[in-house]
Design a protein around this ligand. Structure first.
Ligand SMILES: [Zn+2]
Length: 338
């Protein structure tokens, strides 16, 4: 089926190029002809693929419809050239797991019960169970990738992890909810995940806050559209921190991704902005940098799916028991005597 379609496309493209064909429009510029043919073929391919996806949606379940609705925006990691030097490798397991998730299949050889909380181990549970801190690890990996990109696009000294939202002598979170200020502010201890000085404007710092969410989780299943779920999460982040940042002459931007690498609208703006900075700094094409930034962020997200599916959520009873430094010094004394 796919082969027949590709063959038809090739025939039409050849017809477009053939000097003997009546369909050829020989304008003086051969380059513009090539570009037009390329664009026409691309448009046709996209239309065919969209029709194919719509056909699948028509006979799929509600969950399949949600998954198919975002396939066009979650494949950036598939087009990356694997490179050890640039840390764009995926292990066999990571690749297989993510391809199976992309096709709506359960990854192979998963356990039956969650070793953290004992619940039945579904893919949805694995990607959202907070026991064992694997969700935090995924969050931190995405934050670190964003920090690395910002550091390359700006400079390492312009990037800071865990910046305070409220800071300065005598500055209290008086703008908290109900006092006419920042609705839902988390108080004096509130921190962003990352800040980048000069990201959007010279002399201004942008605070970034990362969230990775499973848009297929039962709690988000009320809407069919994953994009709406992502945008809602981004709005909630902004409601929490934007006003407080603006009061301190900083901007705020949420970085919200789905577990398969789909990004919210403003997150795409972040990717485009860093790509633009990289393009001018490294004298490379903007489109090339866009592809690199987008795929690196997607890789940082999807790599962790395997960790969450197969990693250990060690229970408290099985971990090293030490509540404070006194415990540790006691153990040290025992070891010395032994
Ligand atoms: Zn669990």
């Amino acid at each position: 089926m796919q082969g027949a379609r590709a063959g038809a496309r090739w025939k039409r493209a050849r017809c477009w190029w053939s000097p003997s064909s009546a369909a050829v429009d020989w304008t003086p510029s051969r380059t513009s002809n090539a570009r037009a043919a390329s664009q026409a073929a691309r448009k046709e391919r996209i239309e065919e693929e969209q029709a194919f996806v719509e056909e699948l949606k028509g006979r799929g379940s509600r969950k399949d419809k949600r998954r198919l609705g975002r396939t066009g925006e979650t494949g950036a990691w598939l087009s990356v050239m694997p490179s050890r030097r640039y840390n764009t490798l995926l292990s066999q397991e990571e690749f297989q797991d993510n391809v199976r998730l992309r096709f709506g299949l359960r990854p192979l050889d998963l356990c039956d019960r969650c070793d953290g909380c004992g619940a039945a181990f579904s893919v949805e549970h694995a990607l959202s169970c907070k026991k064992g801190g694997l969700v935090c690890t995924r969050h931190n990996d995405v934050r670190d990738e964003a920090a690395a990109i910002c550091a390359r696009a700006l400079s390492p000294s312009c990037v800071k992890c865990e910046p305070k939202i409220f800071f300065g002598t005598g500055v209290r979170a008086g703008q908290q909810a109900g006092q006419g200020g920042t609705a839902g502010a988390a108080g004096d201890g509130a921190r962003g995940d990352l800040s980048a000085h000069g990201l959007w404007k010279r002399g201004e710092t942008c605070v970034l806050d990362v969230k990775v969410m499973d848009t297929d989780a039962p709690s988000y299943s009320s809407t069919l559209d994953a994009r709406k779920t992502l945008e809602k999460a981004a709005r909630q982040k902004k409601a929490k921190y934007l006003e407080a940042c603006l009061e301190r002459r900083r901007s705020f931007m949420p970085l919200v991704y789905s577990v398969d690498g789909m990004a919210a609208k403003e997150t795409r703006a972040f990717e485009r902005r860093t790509a633009s900075l990289l393009a001018s700094k490294l004298s490379r094409r903007y489109s090339e940098m866009c592809g690199i930034v987008r795929s690196r962020m997607a890789l940082a997200v999807v790599r962790n799916n395997t960790l969450l599916l197969r990693g250990s959520r060690m229970t408290k009873a099985a971990t090293f028991q030490a509540t404070d430094g006194a415990d540790l010094s006691q153990m040290e004394r025992i070891n010395i005597r032994d």
